[in-house]
Design a protein around this ligand. Structure first.
Ligand code: SF4
Length: 293
């Protein structure tokens, strides 16, 4: 069984901590990229194999027009054997959402939205250079629901500059109140020479001690468990019955059982390496913290 990962490497602005494969949005480049991605899928050497998942990751895939996402879903379905119930996820930045766009993404074949929220606290969002506010993120989830999407995931990041345990608790409590079907919790990973690292040095921002990061991670798993979520991977929790196929597929670093049961993801586009690769380092780090290492 394959899972398709389609990388859409365009963003409206570049966040100061980001080392993903991405660049600034350009309309003409985007159109050529979608055409090239379509050709690449149609020419896949894995044609005819069964795939039960499409994951549009980025970058900011929600910057594409719903019709473009629809074209890529159509060629994927024409190339691979995909059940009608295949999970089709679109990573979405909250500021790009509207009810009308969500309805069009739904009509194009998207049935799951993964919002990159990262924090529900304004100072943290500002420090990270994100374009949305906490209120905008909450509204985006409402728009997705109103647009017919009944499977929503939220990403949060912990161990942010200046973030305390209480700050982290506030974000997790807001997530619980918003009530997505699925959530991913990641530790911030500061790469050398990142603008955020330089900003931290300039502004005197610091990270909480390692023990606090471990405490944040463990507390959030307990809190989410109490709220009805079950942890099924190092960084992923879901309401029973709504576990993400994509999450299970992409988290081979966290689950040998899943990795041996399923084939690796089939990546297409500029980054053929699934996000699990870079997320894997966060997951490994979270595992070390949870193990006390
Ligand atoms: S929106 Fe995501 S991919 Fe784009 S720059 Fe920010 S963190 Fe990176």
């Amino acid at each position: 069984m394959l899972g398709l990962y389609l990388h859409i490497p365009f963003c409206s602005s570049i966040c100061n901590y980001c080392n993903f494969n991405r660049g600034l949005f350009d309309e003409g480049l985007k159109s050529r990229y979608v055409d090239a991605l379509e050709r690449e899928i149609l020419g896949s050497s894995l044609r005819g194999r069964t795939a039960d998942t499409i994951f549009f990751g980025g970058g900011t895939p929600s910057l594409l027009e719903p019709e473009e996402i629809g074209r890529l879903i159509t060629v994927s379905r024409a190339t691979f054997a995909m059940p009608a119930t295949a999970e089709v996820t679109l990573e979405t930045n909250p500021e790009t959402s509207s009810r009308e766009r969500m309805e069009r993404f739904r009509a194009a074949g998207v049935n799951r939205i993964s919002f990159g929220v990262q924090s529900f606290r304004e100072p943290e969002l500002k420090r990270l250079g994100r374009l949305h506010t906490a209120d905008r993120a909450v509204r985006a989830v409402d728009e997705a629901r109103a647009g017919g999407i009944d499977n929503v995931s939220l990403d949060l990041m912990m161990w942010l500059p200046q973030q305390t345990r209480d700050d982290w608790r506030q974000s997790v409590e807001t997530l619980v109140a918003v009530g997505p079907e699925h959530a991913s919790l990641y530790l911030l990973e500061l790469y050398p020479n990142s603008p955020l690292k330089e900003e931290m040095a300039r502004s005197g921002w610091s990270l909480a001690p390692d023990e606090d990061a471990a405490g944040m991670y463990l507390w959030s798993l307990e809190r989410l468990d109490a709220a009805g979520y079950r942890q099924y991977e190092i960084s992923n929790v879901a309401r029973p019955g709504t576990t993400s196929n994509t999450g299970r597929m992409a988290s081979g670093s966290a689950s040998a059982a899943v990795r041996t049961r399923r084939s690796p993801a089939c990546g297409r586009g500029m980054s053929r390496v699934p996000r699990s690769t870079f997320r894997g380092s966060r997951q490994a780090r979270a595992r070390r913290l949870s193990d006390g290492r």
